[in-house]
Design a protein around this ligand. Structure first.
Ligand SMILES: [Zn+2]
Length: 415
């Protein structure tokens, strides 16, 4: 029986950021069977000295394309349409083994930088599932409906065979309204309902997309999806061009905001974070893929979320706490798990940061340091479902695999 199969204690944590509002100093965190049992003076089982560490809830990367590590830096400084065309050209001949290797490196990179769970949209969800078993990260992924590349009935067949595990949950991915036919969209909706798997789709990302749905269907993108019968609890990603009145259509769905990617691809618009939260929409945060961000660091993403909103509103109505909640409680709500807080009864998905890297140390400034100052570099350990993951182990494994990616790309003569 290993240390983490029975109750154990993170002893004397310098600070615990329970949630965006509460900090506890010099407390213990007791973990048992993957769940937080107590945060306070209690201690049980083996103890790990955490006097130099700050404990946060795990960060959820709510939208990425993990296998695109091989395309990092491949088509930068392009606008979305040209970028997509470059990327799709690469993907038509993307070697299967390189795709898997890329996903593995992305998983290690996310763990190394404080991501305890992620939602993936790509073509190799079985690799994602394998990585959850190998490294202990949580993930949700599925095959992707994208008519120019895959026969929809084949996507359906593969999706029906995709099984979940403790850490892996299948979802239905649809690339976007403009890259699938109306029939494919209906098929994906029906499959989502039948298999009871959440649907994820890029939506209202550009002005061009709004123009497309208006011209072809007479409706705005979100309005169109709802009218077509979008299954309850679906995940809509980007929404930079959502109309204010469309936000009310999202009450029973989830919104995912990817600020860095949308700024880098110059899609303009900006997800109306403040209004979405006020109207009760569940908002999570994602990096988008490594070919458009190009980082998978959720600390950077929290900062960029606030910065884009400041630039958009010309005031400080969106705060560091909003970004922190989107990356934690918003992310876990999307996953359907009781997580995102360091409190009794919540899943033991935690990030342990080096307290010396969060200076000047002050409980009142902790959320601010986490969002505006630090990066994934300050992560020392991670805990997912009660299992401890050491950063050094992850680092060693990652550097070995990065060498393989480099060799593979040079043998394929990609620049
Ligand atoms: Zn995306």
């Amino acid at each position: 029986m290993g240390l983490q199969d029975k109750a154990y204690t993170l002893r004397n944590c310098k600070a615990v950021l329970v949630d965006s509002e509460t900090v506890k100093l010099n407390v213990n965190v007791v973990i048992e069977r993957g769940v937080i049992r107590a945060v306070g003076k209690e201690s049980e089982g083996d103890e790990i000295d955490c006097s130099g560490l700050v404990v946060l809830p795990g960060l959820v990367n709510a939208h990425t394309h993990s296998a695109m590590i091989a395309l990092r830096g491949y088509s930068d400084d392009k606008e979305l349409r040209q970028w997509l065309s470059d990327v799709w050209a690469f993907e038509r001949t993307f070697p299967r083994q390189l795709m898997k290797l890329s996903t593995e490196v992305a998983v290690l990179e996310m763990l190394e930088r404080g991501t305890t769970a992620f939602v993936d949209m790509y073509f190799n969800p079985e690799d994602v599932r394998e990585m959850t078993e190998k490294y202990g990260i949580r993930a949700q992924a599925g095959f992707t409906f994208l008519d120019s590349m895959f026969d929809p009935s084949e996507v359906e067949r593969l999706q029906r065979g995709l099984r979940g595990t403790e850490l892996f949950t299948p979802i239905i991915n649809v690339h976007s309204v403009y890259s699938v036919s109306r029939e494919t969209l209906k098929l994906a909706f029906e499959l989502s309902r039948e298999l009871n798997q959440r649907l994820q789709i890029h939506a209202s990302e550009t002005r061009g997309e709004v123009f497309y749905t208006k011209k072809n269907f007479g409706l705005f993108p979100v309005e169109f999806l709802i009218k077509e019968g979008l299954p309850e609890g679906s995940q809509l990603v980007h929404l930079g061009w959502i109309a204010s009145w469309e936000l009310d259509l999202l009450k029973n769905h989830h919104a995912t905001y990817c600020p860095t990617s949308s700024m880098k691809l110059a899609t303009a618009g900006a997800f109306p974070l403040y209004e979405a939260i006020r109207r009760g929409v569940n908002v999570s945060l994602g990096t988008d893929g490594p070919a458009s961000n190009n980082s998978l660091d959720m600390f950077r993403e929290m900062k960029n979320a606030v910065l884009q909103q400041r630039h958009n509103y010309w005031d400080a109505r969106v705060t560091a706490k909003d970004a922190f909640r989107s990356a934690t409680t918003g992310g876990y709500r999307l996953l359907g798990l009781k997580g995102g807080k360091v409190a009794q009864g919540y899943v033991a998905d935690l990030v342990l940061l080096d307290a010396d890297e969060l200076y000047p140390f002050s409980p009142e400034r902790l959320v601010s340091h986490v969002v505006y100052y630090t990066t994934g570099e300050a992560v020392k350990k991670l805990i997912v479902s009660g299992k401890i993951i050491e950063k050094e182990t992850i680092r060693r494994e990652k550097s070995r695999l990065v060498n393989e990616i480099n060799e593979s790309l040079s043998s394929l003569s990609y620049k």
